[in-house]
Design a protein. Sequence first.
Length: 201
Amino acid sequence: MPRIADRFRGFLPVVVDLETGGFNPKTDAVLEIAACILCMDDFGRLKIAQTIAVDIEPFKGSRIEPSSLEFTGIDLENPDRNPIAEREAIQKIFLPVRQELRATECQRAILVGHNPSFDLSFINAIVNRVNYKRNPFHLFSSFDTATLGGLAFGQTVLARAVQAAGIDWDESSAHSAEYDTVKTAELFCAIVNRWKILTGL
């Protein structure tokens, strides 16, 4: 039976997207975070195993740019929004990732994202802020679906790469962490699975 640990040299790919109050991970708030844990079926094809999404309470003294809220459409006063503290949020993401690492015998999780250096910098900033000791993610390595989308479909914008892959895209749902994470995960799986068809890997 194919093992995901063998496909990615001991790494477990986990797709992550964050919505933030700006571009500076040290000063700007994280408002939403979502993660898709991936798994491998009996034929060695990647698929989404689990999706976790949380709203986050801005940390004390953090900055939120109005332009960021306008871009994401996040309403901090929305009664449907249930924000939790950064430490609790990161635990909700990290715990199932650590469980999947044990189940798959992978050594570390590797963040998959669309321009993932942004998301990884904010993840690492939260880990440092709350002094979290058991971060399952590699500190600097990642898989970039912008690069992979450019390679596979000639498209580096997420919406265009997703559509080029034959995956549905709803512009009105975009820029929420959960929606963008799921679509990024579907894109990553589509590219890896097509590569498997072409090469057998």
